[in-house]
Write a protein that binds this ligand. Structure first.
Ligand SMILES: CSC[C@H]1O[C@H](OP(=O)(O)O)[C@H](O)[C@@H]1O
Length: 338
């Protein structure tokens, strides 16, 4: 496969490398992800993360394994293993379903490579389209609030919600961005802060618990988040803490937008109750770990509830900003996502 580089993926010499997103921003560390075991480990540990990126990394690896001579049966097993690596973000399943179609073609090696590269190029274009559509909703002088990380690190392009913010910034419409640190894994405090700094977008980092008082003070003009899965009725699974932001935004009359590509839609999932929510390790809540080391502060015996995502009901969402344009609640109520 040709040499390829995105913000957090690299293909060189038929090997896949990933930018370790758990080491950022203190360290830019590229790690080998050229086996199923290695990539699954990176996905489990969120060294590779972000709904679109998880699917794209898995697709690229499958294509590289095919070029390395793996049999169709070995590739089918690899595909199933990768497909099960994280349960909530549907982009992974959607991408690998397309790769499976390529796998069953007679000349499957070039078919897999072509499909993986097509998915990468499509995601870049999807991000650009989302950013164009979403930036039109951003008014001059906006103070936006965002949660988790939805930028170039999580996609092959400019990002989803963060792509909207980046383009709106280029248009001179962003006064500032409130960045939720996003406990427990701090994707906002580590990754979004880093990406917005690189982009020169003015931002202030806040703890997740500060969003409510900022809204009460009239300091937030709109909330922009990404998505891991959009159900047929418009319910959205996203990083834990998104639902509380949506409730707060509704209470304060603040627009709440979800930005996502088509690959996040799941018409086979009737509503948010049917979205599998990944439960993660207690150690992510009882302490913190990164390239700086690790520290634990809660009692060893502490019982912990650590869902990686929550579900925001469609009734709390002002608009779904997709690559095909903005989808408003009336259309969602009529079943546009079904
Ligand atoms: C454009 S990324 C979408 C989505 O993925 C993130 O989850 P994670 O960091 O666990 O992979 C987060 O929910 C983002 O909103």
């Amino acid at each position: 496969m040709q040499t390829l580089q995105t913000t957090s993926l690299r293909v060189a010499g038929n090997q896949l490398f990933i930018l370790d997103q758990q080491a950022l921003p203190q360290e830019k560390r590229w790690l080998d992800a050229s086996t199923v075991e290695a990539l699954v480990g990176h996905i489990h540990a969120l060294r590779v993360r972000g709904a679109p990126l998880i699917g794209l990394s898995a697709s690229l690896l499958l294509a590289l394994l095919a070029e390395a001579g793996k049999s169709r049966d070995e590739l089918a097993l690899a595909l199933d293993t990768l497909r099960a690596s994280r349960p909530t973000a549907v982009n992974l399943m959607n991408n690998l379903d397309r790769m499976k179609q390529a796998l069953w073609q007679e000349d499957f090696v070039p078919a897999l490579s072509a499909e993986a590269l097509r998915l990468i190029d499509e995601d870049k274009q999807l991000c650009d389209a989302i950013a164009r559509a979403g930036s039109e909703l951003v008014k001059p002088g906006s103070r936006l609030l965002t949660h988790c990380n939805t930028g170039g690190l999580a996609t092959a392009g400019v990002g989803t919600a963060l792509g909207v913010i980046a383009v709106a910034h280029q248009q001179g419409k962003i006064a500032s961005v409130w960045v939720d640190e996003t406990r427990p894994l701090l994707q906002g405090g580590r990754l979004t802060a880093w990406e917005l700094g690189e982009l020169g977008v003015p931002y202030q980092l806040i703890t997740d618990s500060m969003a409510a008082s900022l809204m009460a003070k009239g300091q937030v003009d709109a909330v922009w988040v990404g998505a891991d899965r959009i159900a047929a009725n418009g319910d959205v699974a996203n990083k834990i803490g998104t639902y509380s932001l949506a409730v707060l935004a509704k209470f304060h009359g603040i627009p709440f937008y979800v930005a996502a590509p088509q690959t996040t839609l799941d018409p086979n999932c009737p509503n948010g109750d049917a979205i599998p929510i990944e439960q993660r390790a207690a150690s992510e809540v009882t302490g913190v770990a990164g390239s700086f080391g690790a520290v634990q502060w809660a009692p060893e015996e502490a019982k912990v509830y650590n869902p990686a995502f929550d579900v925001t009901p469609a009734a709390l969402i002002s608009g779904w900003v997709l690559d095909t344009g903005v989808v408003w609640p009336e259309a969602v109520a009529k079943g546009v996502f079904a």
